[in-house]
Design a protein around this ligand. Structure first.
Ligand code: NDP
Length: 237
């Protein structure tokens, strides 16, 4: 297990689900952790109290807010951009404003947060974006716009890895498969279908994804950059 004592870690979208597991993991390993959230004030405050981290309300759909909240953190050792939303539905019917807001949160926020963080990040800094296996594979109808956002961050990480390599900063994407959270509960309507073609027929746990984040943020991952790290029970295999 890595030790993150003395490290300053910022998680965009950390109040619930995978983000909260990442906050718990890094706090538990001695890091100074702050995280943002949009609407879940109660969950955010409880997590901050539990872990000794700092909760900051900041909407990832707002570019100025994203840029400011990252800049205000100062020099970060690790930035994790986890905030995401999921809009599924018939593209002929789905609300176009909701799709655009998802693109703001899932694509524009990672770009602007990563660029802003890199301005102050020291050599050895780590940028981790939570994408999805749906960036590689969208095996059902209604997911085009979500898949678009998760494919977009693949290109983002590849490009920024080259932009920031000389600064000693790595940029990676974690691509979870179905992971049991409010967004995708294990007892949800799609679970049986998804498990039917997975190699490991269950949802992942947020803590498993947090473990991969800890690896990518740790000292053994310094040569790992511009890469996609899938943790999906064989969803995309
Ligand atoms: P949840 O819906 O359970 O949690 C989402 C988190 O992101 C919450 O803390 C939420 O805060 C925050 N968030 C959402 N929108 C915003 C916003 N506009 N500004 C700031 N924070 C925001 O999702 P998961 O934990 O399941 O998902 C986390 C990431 O993992 C997402 O990027 C998702 O696409 C990805 N993913 C998830 C999978 C799954 O099966 N669960 C599979 C593959 C990828 P608040 O509640 O305060 O708004």
């Amino acid at each position: 297990m890595a030790n993150f004592s003395g490290k300053k870690i910022f998680v965009i979208g950390g109040s619930r689900g995978i983000g909260a597991a990442i906050v718990r993991r890094f706090s538990g390993e001695g890091a100074t952790v702050a995280f943002t959230y949009a609407g879940s004030t109660e969950a955010a405050n409880a997590l901050a109290l539990e872990t000794g981290s700092t909760a900051i309300q900041s909407d990832a759909a707002n570019r100025d807010a994203v840029t400011k909240v990252v800049r205000d953190q100062g020099a970060l050792d690790v930035l994790v951009v986890n905030a995401g939303s999921l809009i599924l539905g018939d593209p002929l019917e789905v609300d176009a404003d909701a799709v655009d807001r998802m693109i703001d949160v899932n694509v524009r926020a990672p770009y602007h947060a990563a660029v802003e963080a890199a301005r102050q990040m020291p050599d050895g800094g780590r940028i981790i974006i939570v994408g999805s296996v749906n960036g590689d594979r969208m095996p059902f109808a209604g997911g085009a716009a979500y898949a678009l956002t998760k494919s977009a961050v693949q290109g983002l990480a590849r490009g920024l890895a080259r932009d920031f390599g000389d600064k000693g900063i790595t940029v990676n994407v974690i691509q979870p498969g179905p992971t049991s959270t409010d967004m995708n509960p294990e007892d949800g309507p799609m679970s049986e279908f998804m498990h039917s073609f997975m190699a490991i027929k269950r949802h992942g746990r947020p803590e498993e994804v947090a473990g991969l984040a800890a690896y990518l943020a740790g000292p053994e991952a310094g040569f790992t950059t511009g890469a996609l790290h899938t943790i999906d029970g064989g969803f995309g295999a």
